[in-house]
Design a protein around this ligand. Structure first.
Ligand code: ASP
Length: 589
């Protein structure tokens, strides 16, 4: 129907006869001349109808915002005083000759250019209209460009794009499963995949060597900000490659992506051990754009007359850490410091001690702090030296169980870094390696840090002896404090897999019932293999600068895992339930 997209018209098209199809963005009547801004996915162009086109002029006069139109016209230069430098098509306009109304439109529930005032709920309810906005169009196009670039890279590296089932058995990644009742097997359920993990490993057993998939994953997690119950992974698995090889290929993929799509050179990604990341940054996904670090000061605080510090300093499961903030830290007001105190409270910290370094030349007198009176002068001196503190700094302290200190001070580091505009560069990619195999839950039981198929960096015997100390052959790619992707070398031998299940408290019978097919496969010649998966939505969010993951997903769900547009999840009728052998429990009230 069309000869050109609206947004592509430029001076080079002047005097050409063109046909456009699109939506009326705006209609203006300027003293007998009608201006239509016509929009399609490539942008907006101004079309002018003069009264001398007769019935077409009448028609142009009738259209309203969001009408769908087809227009035939001639491109002409705008006069110097009407050139609009803010529009890519702003040097030209189209002199309309004919207009056909392809479809009328009711008045939209919100003006598309005033979406900010309407709230996300309305935008999500009418998502198909929200997606018409140029900003959303741009994000979706970038998303498509990102996936096609990734596919190009992986195809060129010999990866095969293979699909894995959506109706399947549980694939544990630490979340709840979405279940689908089976009609043909009464009382039984499929689970939607939390990831294609087991299938991609089986594809390696089958000899496909290099697999990838842009895969939907489903995790019924508790509501945390900016999570989606269904999300997309760039899922990768390879055989006969070690962790170094896999990191090299995937680092190359992300570098290529940034260069191609954003013209950004990310450079080589630094590596950091998990324990170092936690110690220095209080996080296993450090944001290296922020030049602030935690420094352990337990040794200095063992003897101080301040239980809040000396207690944790003497407890091997606890830690006292200092965070020095240079560049205006000492200018923080009492109120701001109190707010930071409340902020770390969200992470379990019971308070936030601090020392302001006003004038070191004056010795102790030059420091300001509610806690300094509890510290001998030599401790203060050593502290200042260790932190290399100078006039104008503030030093914050966290003293508690190690996990609380890491969480609270790690979060404070990020918050202060942003508040004081300390970001040193736009992009800071890195790898975090050598994760522990297991995490200890509050009840003392162990759960997998990654998933139970991750290979440990030790023998099955060593694993059984001291599981809490075992490290895994896992690696996470981190960008700007966000985990972009994570993966590992997998267990490819049955003894090791059984040893891991035992540590996790999965008995032989349960292992057989849940993962018998995997254990079987491991005995029929499973190659050494490993891979990883990237969160596509998060990647697109970072690359587009969007504030929320919902802004880069065409049809996202709300924080309560619902779709406002289709009203899913919905009730089903009794007959359908009967067919599925399901009887709903009556609501007790
Ligand atoms: N299946 C893992 C995940 O979804 C990624 C991987 O280990 O490849 O986090």
């Amino acid at each position: 129907m069309r000869s050109h997209y609206c947004g592509t018209l430029r001076a080079e098209h002047i005097d050409q006869q063109i046909t456009l199809c699109g939506w009326v963005d705006r209609r203006r009547d300027h003293g007998g001349v009608i201006f239509l801004d016509v929009r399609d996915r490539d942008g907006i162009v101004q079309v002018v109808f003069d009264p001398d086109v007769g019935e077409f002029f009448q028609r142009a006069d009738k259209v309203r915002s969001e009408y769908v139109v087809k227009i035939v016209g001639r491109v002409r230069a705008r006069s110097a005083n009407t050139i609009n430098p803010n529009m890519p098509t702003g040097t030209i306009e189209v002199l309309g000759k004919e207009i056909e109304i392809l479809n009328a439109a009711a008045t939209p529930p919100f003006p598309l250019d005033e979406h900010n005032s309407v709230g996300e709920e309305v935008r999500l309810r009418y998502r198909y209209l929200d997606l018409r906005r140029p900003e959303m169009q741009e994000r979706m196009r970038l998303r498509a460009r990102i996936t096609s670039t990734l596919r190009g890279y992986l195809d060129a590296q010999g990866f095969l794009d293979l699909e894995t089932p959506i109706l399947t058995r549980a694939t544990p990644e630490g979340a709840r499963d979405y279940l689908v009742p089976s009609r043909t097997h009464a009382g039984k359920f499929f689970a939607l995949p939390q990831s294609p993990q087991l299938f991609k490993q089986l594809l390696m057993v089958s000899g496909f060597d290099r697999y990838y998939q842009i895969a939907k994953c489903f995790r019924d997690e508790d509501l945390r900000a900016d999570r989606q119950p269904e999300f997309t992974q760039i899922d990768i698995e390879t055989s006969f490659l070690d962790a170094e090889d896999i990191m090299a290929i995937t680092e190359g993929m992300i570098r290529d992506l940034f260069k191609t799509v954003l013209d950004v050179d990310l450079g080589a990604f630094p590596r950091m051990h998990y324990s170092e990341a936690i110690n220095r940054f209080g996080s296993d996904k450090p944001d290296l754009r922020i030049p602030l670090e935690l420094v352990t000061v337990c040794d200095l605080m063992k003897q101080v007359d301040f239980k809040v510090f000396s207690g944790p300093a003497n407890d091997p499961k606890s830690r006292v850490a200092a965070l020095k903030v240079t560049g205006g830290g000492a200018k923080l007001t009492r109120k701001q410091i109190d707010e930071y105190g409340n902020y770390v409270g969200n992470y379990g910290a019971k308070g936030l001690a601090w020392i302001k370094v006003n004038e070191l030349a004056k010795g102790i007198e030059g420091l300001q702090s509610p806690i300094i009176k509890f510290m001998p002068a030599d401790v203060v001196t050593q502290l200042i030296e260790r932190l290399n503190a100078v006039d104008g700094d503030i030093i914050f302290f966290g003293a508690d169980k190690k996990k609380i200190v890491a969480d609270a001070m790690g979060a404070l580091r990020i918050k202060v870094g942003h508040d004081l505009n300390m970001l040193e560069r736009p992009w800071a990619p890195m790898w975090v390696v050598d994760f522990p195999m297991f995490e200890e839950s509050d009840d003392g039981s162990l759960t997998s840090c990654h998933h139970p198929f991750t290979a440990p960096l030790c023998t099955p015997e060593e694993l059984a002896q001291n599981p809490a100390a075992a490290l895994s052959n896992a690696y996470d790619m981190v960008l700007n404090g966000t985990e972009l992707g994570g993966g590992s070398i997998r267990i490819h031998n049955r003894d090791m897999q059984e040893a891991v299940f035992r540590v996790l408290g999965i008995g032989a019978e349960e292992a057989e019932e849940k993962f018998g097919f995997l254990l079987d496969a491991l005995k029929y010649g499973a190659p050494p293999h490993g891979g990883l998966a990237f969160g596509l939505d998060r990647l697109v969010m970072l690359m587009t600068g969007a504030k929320s993951i919902r802004d880069v997903i065409a049809f996202p769900k709300t924080q309560t895992a619902a779709c406002l547009m289709t009203d899913a999840p919905g009730a089903v009728d009794a007959a359908q339930l009967r067919e599925l052998n399901i009887r709903l429990r009556k609501n007790e009230e």
